[in-house]
Design a protein around this ligand. Structure first.
Ligand SMILES: *Cc1c(COP(=O)(O)O)cnc(C)c1O
Length: 403
């Protein structure tokens, strides 16, 4: 897709910057002019103005259609310049006009659902699996929405006059199941498609190029990338972004400026991190897939830093035995994490729904970091223990032990 957001900043230049270049420059275009190199952190909760008539006009404009001008924000719940830099940069990477940041991925999803139900479109069509808490939010209908769960082939038939959103994840959390986003977007017709791109990141996949209108991220994961910042963001067209900013102002799920700073810094290394972790993850997936102690391995065609596998033995014992890899929920950090979805990330999903979505009780989800592949393999190899049903060291490599 041609997108002049990728055009160079020089007047008349048709040169499109590569993603790696945007990652380190986007959101920073004005810094040299300000005499700065690192982005400033603005912690103001309020902003002085001696012209309250002008402030009234700005608040009216925001209330009318979510328009924000370039002046200082009136109050931090309306906008923050440091967070704005992260939003600008993420929109560039996803190839969208705008992006709106929130306190967490769940706050971002909440805002999308409120925008649609505020327009009287309370029905959501969704494909499992989704991240456990996204599934829970839709299933519980806590925001007044009603969900219909379908297979990808059933999307078009499930759409009703009051359908406001179709929601998918690809690769999905935790099974890494992939969808044909272009076909899904086609099935949506005029209903906006929300693609949760947390696992792929814009480095591997840009869902708007396949027809999605909304791209969701738990920025807590790969965008931040160091396990020390929580945030969420929706990349979309400016028309939808205005509505999201209005909901954010009214409900208060704002991203803190320090988090905005860390997320912008995280984006700078996103392409390098994702590519390096993907190479390691692909190699680990390959070794796991020929290991007799592993019943099944899931690794996406598009690659990525996530590997899911079903242990032939007790998955809780693998969690107990890792030493280098941290047994913890979450993902996308510089260090590797492993968790058992049926116990943690997807515990909140009804067990029958969870299993029918392909989340087996034996499934383990590994988020591969930047450690050396041999060190990670040594840890996994030790944690997987002896082949099931075999004592001593009698099982040869590649031997399939019956489940
Ligand atoms: C973690 C996660 C979320 C929720 O994000 P938070 O930042 O934890 O609120 C949403 N979608 C996916 C795919 C996730 O992995």
């Amino acid at each position: 897709m041609d997108n002049d957001l990728y055009a160079g900043t020089r007047q008349g230049s048709a040169h499109r910057r590569a993603l790696a270049t945007e990652a380190v420059h986007a959101g920073r275009d004005d810094l040299a002019g300000l005499g700065l190199h690192a982005p400033p952190i603005d912690l103001s909760t309020t902003y002085p103005s001696y012209d309250s008539r002008a402030e009234a006009a700005r608040i009216d404009a925001f209330a009318a259609d979510g328009t924000v001008d370039d002046g200082p924000p009136v109050y931090a719940r309306l906008g923050n310049p440091t967070v704005g830099r992260f939003e600008t940069a993420l929109a560039r990477l996803e190839g969208t006009e705008s992006a709106v940041a929130f306190a967490s991925g769940m706050a971002a999803l909440t805002a999308v659902l409120l925008v649609r139900s505020g327009a009287g479109l309370r029905h959501v069509v969704a494909v499992r699996p989704l991240y456990g808490c996204s599934d829970h939010l839709l299933t519980a209908g806590a925001l007044g929405t009603e969900v219909t769960w379908v297979d990808p082939a059933g999307i078009a038939d499930a759409i009703r006059p009051d359908t406001g959103l179709v929601m998918v994840e690809s690769p999905a959390n935790p099974t890494l199941a992939e969808l044909d986003l272009r076909a899904v977007a086609h099935a949506c017709g005029t209903v906006p498609l929300l693609a949760d791109n947390t696992f792929a990141t814009p480095v591997l996949q840009r869902p708007v190029e396949h027809g999605a209108r909304l791209v969701l991220h738990s920025a807590t994961k790969f965008l931040g990338g160091h396990g020390d910042v929580m945030g969420g963001v929706v990349a979309c067209d400016e028309e939808f972004a205005r509505q999201l900013r209005q909901v954010r102002f009214a409900t208060g799920g704002v991203l803190h400026p320090l988090a905005g700073y860390l997320l912008l810094r995280g984006l700078a290394t996103l392409p390098v991190r994702v590519k390096a972790a993907s190479a390691t993850a692909a190699e680990l997936a390959r070794r796991l897939s020929v290991d007799p102690r592993v019943a099944r391995v899931h690794y996406p065609r598009i690659g990525g830093a996530m590997v899911a596998f079903e242990s032939a033995g007790d998955p809780h014992e693998v969690i107990r035995a890792v030493r280098l890899i941290t047994p913890a929920v979450s993902l996308g950090s510089v260090d590797s994490l492993i968790q058992h979805p049926a116990s943690i990330s997807h515990r909140i999903v009804d067990a029958t729904d969870r299993r029918s979505a392909g989340v087996s009780d034996r499934l383990l989800r590994l988020s591969v970091g930047l450690e050396d592949v041999e060190d990670l393999w040594a840890d996994l190899d030790a944690a997987l223990g002896e082949p099931v049903g075999v004592t001593g060291h009698t099982a040869g490599a590649g031997l399939r032990v019956p489940e």
